[in-house]
Design a binder for this molecule. Structure first.
Ligand code: AHG
Ligand code: MN
Ligand code: MN
Length: 331
């Protein structure tokens, strides 16, 4: 095969630009924004690979807006993302799970076009146990009709308005999965060339899978419908198995690949659910639907929810279409 015909590696940015024809956002400026995310997550991956050696395990000695002990790696991941995205030129606002207020990068109408929301490090409780953790991101564009100074209007948009969304899972291999509304595509980080290289296009979630993923310790505090579902799933003829990693990104990634359903309902401790709408449920719901799956809060489609606060939480049922519907049928 002549060199020219050899399949050249396809990076995230190149793959995204190839959509020029059918995606109005497939511009070099958006691709430049994506490269801010790929650069940041490559830096985070390199930190995680060496966490035990760099004295960056453990707590940072402060509590974040969620009231959770911040891990050093949470802080490193957050700073890295803010720095890499901060000068991308077309980013107007950054919203992070770790910061109470949005970072206003610039609010000139044209240049501050995109809002990037992220959970810099998901599954923080698993960092010291060397269990998969991840970064989740969601990208909104500013509604031209809305006033640049109305920061909240630029942030509190329903999930169906997302321009793109995705996650990076740090594990045996580091994988980036994203969607821009034209399917879900996966890239594996090749450490030798330092690039995320296309591994699989148009990933489809199996329409069913006999796996449920939930923190069973909370099950007595779930609304009764969830308890009835779990009783049914444990019967011989239902034949389900249970898998729970405790990192949303890892539980979702497995569900995307193997099918099944993940749910984190409301409990007494978290009456609105634990997971955050803007930078956990919305991006993964966009990914799930693009892969043929579904995501609900138990009463409505996640992507239809009108957010009222930046860090608001939501119950989440996400996974294979038939499996989500099965859970909903018990509620
Ligand atoms: P984060 O580390 O970003 O705060 O997210 C942790 C979340 C999510 O990753 C996971 O699904 C959930 O917490 C696990 O919660 P429990 O430990 O209560 O099961
Ligand atoms: Mn999280
Ligand atoms: Mn987090």
């Amino acid at each position: 095969m002549k060199n020219a015909e050899k399949p050249f590696i396809k990076t995230v940015e190149r793959h995204f630009l190839d959509r020029k024809g059918n995606n109005p956002h497939a511009t070099t400026e958006f691709s430049w924004l994506l490269s801010g995310i790929t650069l940041a997550t490559k830096i985070i991956a390199s930190q995680i690979q060496r966490a035990g050696l760099l004295e960056i395990m453990g707590e940072a000695g402060r509590v974040n807006v969620q009231g959770e002990e911040v891990q050093k790696l949470d802080e490193i991941a957050n700073d890295t993302l803010v720095r890499c995205l901060g000068y991308r030129g077309n980013v107007g606002l950054l919203v992070s799970e770790e910061d109470e207020e949005p970072h206003v990068i610039q609010d000139a109408p044209e240049s501050g076009k995109y809002t990037v929301l992220f959970d810099p490090l998901d599954g923080s409780s698993n960092i010291n146990a060397n269990v998969n953790i991840g970064t989740i991101f969601s990208i909104l564009q500013r509604d031209p009709k809305c006033d640049a100074s109305d920061v909240m209007a630029r942030v509190l948009q329903p999930g169906y308005k997302q321009v793109a969304a995705g996650y990076v899972i740090y594990g045996a291999s580091t994988v980036l999965a994203y969607t821009a509304g034209y399917g879900v595509h996966m890239f594996t980080l090749d450490p030798y060339i330092g690039a995320f290289v296309l591994a699989q296009e148009n990933v489809m979630m199996p329409t069913e899978g006999k796996i449920y993923s939930v923190n069973e310790a909370n099950s007595r505090k779930f609304p009764i419908g969830y308890q009835k579902y779990l009783d049914w799933a444990k019967t011989d003829d239902a034949g389900y198995s249970s898998r729970y990693i405790g990192s949303l990104v890892a539980d979702f990634h497995r569900t995307l690949i193997r099918g099944g359903v993940f749910f984190y309902p409301q409990t007494k401790k978290s009456p609105e659910g634990k997971l955050r709408l803007l930078y956990e449920a919305n991006p993964l719901a966009f990914m799930a639907e693009q892969a043929g799956g579904a995501a609900s809060d138990g009463t409505q489609r996640i992507l239809d929810k009108q957010p009222h606060a930046m860090h608001e939480r939501t119950p989440l049922i996400i996974g294979s279409k038939n499996e989500v519907e099965k859970v909903l049928s018990f509620l």
